[in-house]
Design a protein around this ligand. Structure first.
Ligand SMILES: Nc1ncnc2c1ncn2[C@@H]1O[C@H](COP(=O)(O)OP(=O)(O)O)[C@@H](O)[C@H]1O
Ligand SMILES: O=C(O)[C@H](O)[C@@H](O)[C@H](O)[C@H](O)COP(=O)(O)O
Length: 185
């Protein structure tokens, strides 16, 4: 697999993004970002009330994350981002910024190619039952476990031609890290 300067660890709430992402960044010596830390207050309040986010809530947040990734990668900093990135269009925004948002039909065409972040997507997949069980045990987090079904409903697993690997969350953390390290060789 070609070398990439950025890893996106994605999946539904409770799939292990933050845990795997932080471990991986530490193992690789790369900078770690947790997308949860970049949600505006309104998004946190909304999720805290048990209301799922929609595209309007997520798109500005994803654009901010793209800007951070692009800034770091352009300066030679390698990064790991843990982010739900549930839909294909969300991952496109992380890669291409707002140019990843599908244009409105009357929008004029864009000249030139937008700046892209080359990333490998690590998709943490698992059953509703396993992940719900982990969320129930997780303490001190603003995300209510009742939102998990909406996360599964929104989820568009990555598929070709996206640059991705899929790992089942039934595996232990050391196994998951080893698989990702192998994919980076
Ligand atoms: N592979 C794993 N095996 C067992 N427990 C895990 C695994 N990955 C994550 N966990 C646990 O599951 C819970 C959810 O993980 P977390 O990283 O917070 O998920 P996310 O960031 O995707 O919401 C945490 O309590 C974490 O310790
Ligand atoms: O796009 C979203 O709906 C959110 O990003 C969501 O997917 C995320 O899961 C929350 O921020 C809770 O954080 P945890 O993923 O850590 O539960």
């Amino acid at each position: 697999m070609a070398a990439v300067p950025a890893l996106l660890v994605m999946g539904v709430s409770g799939s292990g993004k933050s845990t795997v992402g932080a471990l991986l960044a530490s193992e690789l010596g790369w900078k770690f970002y947790d997308a949860d830390d970049y949600h505006p207050e309104e998004n946190r309040v909304k999720m805290g009330k048990g209301i799922p986010l929609d595209d309007q809530d997520r798109i500005p947040w994803l654009c901010t994350l793209h800007d951070i990734l692009l800034r770091d990668v352009t300066s030679g900093q390698y990064v790991v981002l843990a982010c739900s990135a549930l839909k294909k269009v969300y991952r496109d925004i992380l890669i291409r910024g707002k140019d990843g948002v599908p244009p409105k039909s009357d929008a004029p065409g864009k000249e030139g190619k937008p700046a892209e972040v080359q990333l490998l997507v690590v998709y943490l997949s698992g059953s509703f039952e396993v992940i719900f069980g982990r969320l129930l045990k997780r303490k001190g987090h603003f995300m209510p476990s009742e939102l998990l079904q909406s996360q599964f409903n929104t989820l568009e697993p990555p598929s070709d031609p996206e640059n991705f690997i899929q790992i089942n969350v039934d595996k232990s953390l050391p196994e998951i890290i080893a698989i990702i390290m192998e994919a980076l060789k």
